[in-house]
Design a protein around this ligand. Sequence first.
Ligand SMILES: [Fe+2]
Length: 412
Amino acid sequence: MTDTTTTPASHLDLTDQERQAGLDLQQLKQLVGLVDYDEQQDPFPVTGWDALVFVVGNATQAAHYYQSAWGMELVAYTGPEHGVRDHKAFVLKSGSIRFVLKGAVSPDSPLIAHHARHGDGVVDISLEVPDVDRCIEQARRAGATVLQEPETLTDEHGSVRLAAIATYGETRHTLVQRVVDGVTYAGPYLPGYVAAESTYVKRESAPKRLFQALDHVVGNVELGRMDEWVSFYNRVMGFVNMAEFIGDDIATDYSALMSKVVANGNHRVKFPLNEPAIAARKSQIDEYLEFYSGPGAQHLALATNDILRTVDELRKEGVEFLDTPDAYYDDPELRARIGEVRVPIEELKQRRILVDRDEDGYLLQIFTRPLGDRPTVFFEIIERHGSLGFGKGNFKALFESIEREQERRGNL
Ligand SMILES: [Fe+2]
C-alpha cells in the first residue's frame, strides 16, 4: 500500500468548508502542507479543523473587528433572541476556517469566570471527525478526560453528533461529526445557530479574503510538561510527531523554550507545543502562563497565498505586527541561508516579514502583537512554498523582538 493516491482507503478529500470556500487539494497542499494517509488505520481519525472558539470580553465588538480588520464574513449567530439566555455567539468565516466568538450576556454566565481568569482567548479547538463515538471510545481507552459524552443535536437543518475531551489548561477539543446517518448537516454552524448577515460593508477595493485556511495552533504548556502533552496527542488522538524540534539552539539570553510539533494523519491539524525553558530572565512562555493563568493556545497561524497583500491590508486597518530589526534583513548570512524567494528581500524588509528555508522549500511569516489586553494570544500569517516547517530559523530573531516588547511592559 505505498501508492496511497489510488488506494480506496485513502481519504484525501476536500472538507465541506474547503469546498464551499472554493479551495482545491493542490492549493491546500501548498497552503497548509496537506498530505495523504490511510484513515482506516487511524484509531482517532480527524478530518480537519471545525472551529476555533474564543471567549472574549465583548463579542459584539470583536465580531465587528474580525470583519473590518481581518476581512472575515459573519455567517451565523445565537443569543438571547434564540433562547440562549447567558451569552451571545457570532460565527465568522474566512476561507475554510470558522471563528466563534462568545461573550457573556448574563452576570451569571460561566463565561464570566472564564474570562476573569484568562482574558480573551481560545476556549475550544474544535475538530471535525467522521465518527465521534469511535473517537470517544479511543480517548477513554487511552485515559483522556471526556468532558461531554456523545450526543446528537438536531434542528430543521439536520443533525450533528458531538462530544468533547479536555486538553491542556482549561482548553477543550469538541469533536464534531457533521454527517449523521449518511446525511450532512445543512445549517450555518451547529443546531441552535441561525444564519446571520452583517451590516458591515467591505471597502470596494478590499480583497475577497485575507486568509484561506488555518495552518497550526500553538499550545503553551507548563514547565516540564511538554513531553506529557506530546504523548497525550500520540496516545489519545493518534497524532504523529513532526520533524521540527526546538531546544537550546533557539534560546536567546533571556527567553528560552522547548517546542515539539504533533499533527493529525493528513496534517491539516498541527499543534506545536511549547514549554518554558530555564533562562536568565522570564521567558515569553512564562509571561503567557502568568497572564493567561495557566496553559492555553498561544498563537493561531493563518495561511495565505499572498502575504504581502494580506499584511498591507491588515496594516491599513491598524493591525499591529511585531517589529524585526533591520539587521535581520541586512545580515549576509540570512541572504545566503534563504536563497531565492518569490519577492525581493526589500519587499519583505519593508513589511517586516520573516523568511525561513529548509530542505523542502521556504516559508514567509509574520506575527501580530497580542490581540487583546493581556500579553497572551496572537496571530501568525504564513505563506508556505514547500516548507513544512514552522520558522525555526526565525525563532531567535523573533524572540529578540518579543523581548524588546516584554521589556517595555516591564515583564522581562
Ligand atoms: Fe507558528
